[in-house]
Design a protein around this ligand. Structure first.
Ligand SMILES: C[S@@+](CC[C@H](N)C(=O)[O-])C[C@H]1O[C@@H](n2cnc3c(N)ncnc32)[C@H](O)[C@@H]1O
Length: 262
């Protein structure tokens, strides 16, 4: 594919003095202003079979992403993704028992095993919450179409916990921490899941290629227990500052960091 005197040596910077003949293919490409990898990609695309395979793979992925985006933002049929049992075991270890799942269905509760559930027909957002709660909210838009449905469920969870109606709550949501509705969640202990959760569809199929990352958030007093149990699922953490400190001002460090400071 390269002229005869160009060596199949793809080390950029492998000068011609390293070898008695010609320049390396990387240098040859660079002499025309292109990186070797770029040229290799073009050459791959010239191969009809590879080109068609790659094009189809890219189209398939685009289609999947468009469907997921549509599902996450608009479709009401998309919300039936259930939490796999192993995470619910973790939830039960921390809460002892799940008194309430405010966003659920009869099928989902066969695994969640909450004493009480609210379904779409009840509208969990309009009910009074209580006790020890596990919540994996539905996505999409609120009824008025103006906000995130998951955001409304998270705000309700925090409000019900802060006023004392809810004793403790573990929230499982997609990790979308650049979205403003997620900001209040990070005032509590959380666990960034270090793998993709394979949620279960309403017909019992595991999602084989999950797209989203997830975070568990703990509203409760036994943060140590949450940390011990959820460390098996990822990185347990607590925010240490609210905003960049003003110049010269000290961060209000938590005790364990202050003790560690020299
Ligand atoms: C992501 S699924 C989670 C189900 C279950 N909590 C779990 O973790 O396996 C969200 C559930 O909320 C239900 N749902 C949708 N809108 C709701 C609403 N306004 N109030 C209560 N539940 C709702 C859906 O039907 C769905 O079963």
């Amino acid at each position: 594919m390269f002229p005869p005197k160009v060596r199949a040596d793809d080390r950029v910077g492998a000068s011609s003095s390293d070898s008695p003949v010609g320049s390396s293919s990387a240098e040859w490409c660079l002499s025309y202003g292109f990186h070797l990898r770029t040229v290799q990609r073009w050459l791959e695309l010239l191969d009809a079979e590879t080109y068609i395979d790659k094009k189809n793979a890219i189209l398939k992925r685009c289609w999947e992403l468009a469907e997921l985006w549509q599902a996450a933002n608009y479709s009401s049929a998309s919300v039936e993704w259930y939490t796999p049992a192993r995470y619910l075991e973790g939830v039960r270890l921390v809460l002892d028992k799940i008194d309430l799942d405010p966003a659920s269905s009869t099928e989902a509760n066969a695994v969640v095993r909450a004493s009480k559930i609210f379904t779409k027909d009840d509208d969990g957002l309009k009910q009074a919450w209580f006790g020890r709660v596990f919540m994996n909210p539905p996505y999409g838009r609120t009824e008025d179409g103006k906000g995130s449905l998951a955001g409304a469920f998270c705000r309700k969870a925090i409000a019900e916990y802060e006023c004392g109606n809810v004793k403790a709550c573990i929230i499982l949501v997609n990790s979308l921490h650049s979205q403003s509705w997620q900001a209040p969640l990070y005032d509590y202990a959380f666990c960034l899941v270090d793998h993709r959760i394979h949620f279960i569809s309403a017909d019992g199929q595991e999602n084989a290629s999950p797209t989203y990352q997830n975070v568990f958030v703990y509203l409760g007093h036994d943060v140590l227990k949450f940390a011990k149990v959820f460390a098996r699922f990822g990185y347990v953490a607590k925010k240490i500052a609210d905003a960049a400190p003003l110049a010269g001002e000290m961060l209000d460090l938590p005790d364990f960091l202050r003790r560690a400071a020299p």
